[in-house]
Design a binder for this molecule. Structure first.
Ligand code: NI
Length: 157
């Protein structure tokens, strides 16, 4: 496994739209393993392949219950509303208030290409929305209603 470089906000690469994965091969497995290591090292909740320079619909998420791999994820359901404090590994140290669905249901494939469904609430729902946005070239700041100040971030520590 290897730590990959995370592309930062301001790079137009992050606004590209990612392509579906059609080969479930060793190269995909290496990408997923590297993404999980990179996310862990950066202390993140999620990471999309586009953030490490790969324009494929691949996401890893870990809200504290262990890593989840989502390949070609699509929403089946989104319901409710929650106010979130959201950040991104591509925008280090920056956080803003967003609104996201409270509950989501996602259909995705695993690294073998098998389909499965994932239901998430609260932080997991936010992470699914944030990461699937990345696959469509959308960054969290397009959802931010207000960025948090340095003073507010200090209070949250
Ligand atoms: Ni992000």
């Amino acid at each position: 496994m290897a730590i990959r470089n995370i592309i930062k906000e301001g790079d137009p690469f992050l606004n590209k739209v990612c392509r579906e994965v059609d080969k479930f091969d060793d190269k995909l497995a290496v990408l997923l393993d590297d993404m999980k290591e990179t996310m862990k090292e950066a202390d993140g909740v999620g990471l999309a392949a586009i953030q490490v320079g790969v324009l494929r619909r691949v996401v890893v998420i870990d809200v504290g219950d262990g890593p989840i791999e989502l390949i070609n994820p699509v929403f089946l359901e989104q319901s409710g509303d929650q106010e979130c404090v959201e950040g991104c590994l591509s925008s280090p140290g920056q956080y803003g208030i967003t609104h996201r669905p409270m509950h989501v249901k996602v259909r995705a494939q695993n690294r073998k290409g098998e389909f499965f469904e994932l239901e998430g609430e609260e932080l997991l729902a936010t992470a699914c929305c944030h990461e699937i946005d990345h696959l469509n070239g959308i960054l969290f700041k397009s959802h931010v209603v207000r960025m948090l100040s340095k003073e507010e971030l200090e209070k949250m520590k």
